[in-house]
Design a protein. Sequence first.
Lengths: 437, 265
Amino acid sequence: MSVKPSKTIERTIHVENLARVEGEGALYIKSVGDEITDVQLNIFEPPRFYEAFLRGRRFTEVPDITARICGICPVAYQMSSCHAMEQALGVTVGEPIRTLRRLLYCGEWIESHVLHMFMLHLPDFLGYESVVTMAADHRDVVAKALSLKKAGNDIVNFIGGREVHPINVRIGGFYRLPSKAKAKALRETLLANREFAIETIRFMAGLDFPDFEQNYEFVAMKHPDEYPFCEGRLVSSSGLDIPIEAFLSEFEEIHVKHSTALHGRFKDGRIYLVGPLARVNLNFEQLPDSVKAIAKEIGFSVPCRNNFKSIIARALETLFAVEQAIEILEHYDDAAAPHVKITHQSGIGHGCSEAPRGILYHRYEIDDEGLIKDAIITPPTAQNQPQIEDDLRHFFPSMLDKPEEEATLRCEQLIRNYDPCISCSTHFLKLQLDRTP
Amino acid sequence: MVKDTKPKLAVYKFSSCDGCQLSILDLEDELLALTGAVEIAFFLEARRKVQPGPYDIGLVEGSISTPEEAERIVQVRKECKYLVTIGACATSGGIQALKNWADVEEYKRIVYASPKYIQTLDTASPVAAYVLVDFELRGCPVNKYQLVEVITAFVAGRRPQIPTYPVCLECKREGNVCVMVTDGAPCLGPITQAGCGAICPSFGRSCYACFGPSESSAAEMLCNHCEKTGTDKPTIVRMLRSFNGYLEPFKQVGDEYERQTVKNH
Ligand code: SF4
Ligand code: SF4
């Protein structure tokens, strides 16, 4: 980690191993005078070729396989896979399966958001190198955060069978529904953690945020009546409104020149932002009144164009997920059919869901024997990567007069605003970006 | 200083999904006690601060699948007194080892627009294919309580108490009705190592062997049985080739079934 001023005008920032991100990456920025001449966010995540080896697998195996793309958001991968497959096979799951899928997703959001807020991102705001040292001074907060995180994992355990790579998810629904008694106990756990979810929002709102507003193009899913998880259309802040089936005609992934990375962008070249801040901006009205009331109390309103405040968006979504889960569990009935029957075995289907880090799009083609012919997976971090670099390019000039350590830290913090899940690199790795003047 | 006397723990990532190292952070009830008992000296996903090696215990997640990883693992071995692999990727190559049966050049073309930029080995291999490993913990992902047992054992200087019998036994203990009996479903529980608590059969589905082969795993016998009860050969090959397909005897039996499939065509 170093910032080297040389001849007073040329500076480079080089972070060889980015810490507290999921996966591994590096950052390189170069400036001459006030001009940023180079920004490189290097992802040295090895290629694992999911889209290639999915070919020839039976469609029923896909949710278990794609879960392994990311250990932090396996539910998102399972949900996008299931929805895509069900569309291909002409199946609609209906109630209560769709509600239980929302429940499962609540668990993942809580677990992933709390992990990121308290263990990965908050140390930046409070000036600690990690949660380990932070816990020494803030043991009570860390203990409560761990309890809330655990409540999220308890949800995934309850309906998914285990927290990392759930085993109870299948095309058409679930294998078996857990008992009502377990649902009751889980609801109690969530009720006990609800107050801390509220405190979290107030706590995050009191942090110091760099003044960094960008004119982001937010992209998220939108459902007419609900805050989005697995269903809805794709919308953006400049008025895009398309069905998810049109994803590939609107967006593309490009192989940047001199690079081994795939970057998501609009077909007309514009870049965009996905994730909690985009969701909250585009779906604020869909949040329950209780969450809106707290947002109002802390003075949070949309549009909010400062991604350092994504930590507040995560806190709002965490409370939403806790309340949503409590409500779903209240009406939980274990007597329902756990899955719908699958009769067809071929077709083409699209699936999109809101992973904790933003939209996750899948498309599959299934042949007449039920085997995967083609798979396309577009993870959130691939879509955010050009935006992260763009942010760095705009943010770094304000760091030119800052001491080495601080400038480096702030740039890292900016990257962590995106909670970049680098292991979601179904197909991106080392990035080299040529700056076009 | 007390701090300096604590054993130093390092956590490394290779080709993986992060799920196994996440299991450490998922130890919500034990995490604060763990950080009191060992010094987390190198764990990039959780800490910015890096303490220099050597380390007492190194936990390795992920398989070796690039030239850079093949070099790095040798370095990692040198700086750790005990080296423990955590999870299917590090222990068997993981799901990405499916490329070991494929034409990697074709794989590159399927996924990347400019395949020539992609640096990858032809195989994704277990860590033990490159360096000496002191203990291998199974699972995709690992069971976090087994992970605590492994760390505790190495800190105490004893052998970890990890059962090597099959899931089938855990399943009986759970009082489940056997899915092979009720649904005639092909289940890999009889040849898969225990450790998960037989969660799949407890939810009414067959085990797909995410913990890999158990000790003296009678894979061939089970597959013959599955074939007799109606599972076709290509399905058997796919069943064996999933998260631990590159580990014996899964590899050998899977390859044999594939040969028979090709012959029959
Ligand atoms: S063994 Fe499974 S859970 Fe662990 S890192 Fe590999 S893919 Fe992830
Ligand atoms: S039953 Fe089998 S597939 Fe399921 S979690 Fe256990 S070892 Fe893994």
